[in-house]
Design a protein around this ligand. Sequence first.
Ligand code: 6AU
Length: 272
Amino acid sequence: SAQTRSYASRAEKANPILKKLFGLMEEKKTNLCVSVDYTDPSKILDIIDKVGPKVCMVKTHIDIISFSSVDAIRSFTASLTALSQKHNFLIFEDRKFADIGSTVQHQYRGGVYNIVEWAHITNAHSFPGPGIVTGLGEVMLKEAKEPRGLLLLAEMSSAGNLSTEGAYRAKTLQMARDHKDIVCGFIAMGNQIVTESGDDSDDFIFMTPGVNLADKGDAHGQQYQSPEFVIGEKKSDIIIVGRGIIKAEDPVAVAEKYRAAGWEAYEKRTVA
Ligand code: 6AU
């Protein structure tokens, strides 16, 4: 079934960005995305070079990094791109766009960050409606030199989030189904948002934040689950781990723990 097919078999039918992603996940045996939420650019590049072999994706918040100049931004994104090629992972800028289509186009291509030029994947809230998808999609499809993908936030990990209200998730899913050339997946707690209303879950990738082996949450409503639960029970595809790795005493050793736990849960759920 869709819930137990391997990443490799899903790569066969996938669009260019998911083909690349599923392929490298299978090759490197990792469904770990590390969220490198440090503010010092050299510290970020340093840890990425070390954990790069263990991850399928590196997630950034470009707007939390302390850059001294616009040139420093350019040099950072160039180094990040070089690392993504060296270690074969995708770059995910966690921008969480949330405005009308016309405005997000400027935010995606312009300002000082020029996100579309270096991020393979970015994400957006569905709150503004389908215009946010078509707006970002136009930039992705017409201006990017390489394949790009958009994730819609269908669910969040934080306590009290509004995604459980009414038809929010169903409408988010409809936006994705209507624009499969743009939307390659979801930020969600599992794949149920799609499997409960159709059999096209293989067309999307499911990425889940709020994963931690040591803590249950933080002081501001973050809620954590284990890799086993997220991949094995909830049938998500990728675990997103921030502080569980980056605040650890030995981030590289701990990253390997998360990689192994995520991969083991995937192998257990997968049939040939
Ligand atoms: O592992 P943590 O709690 O240190 O970090 C989780 C990371 C942060 C959040 O901005 C992000 O995941 N995140 C997201 C994303 C990825 O879109 C959505 C969400 O619902 N919860 C969440 O924590 O960088």
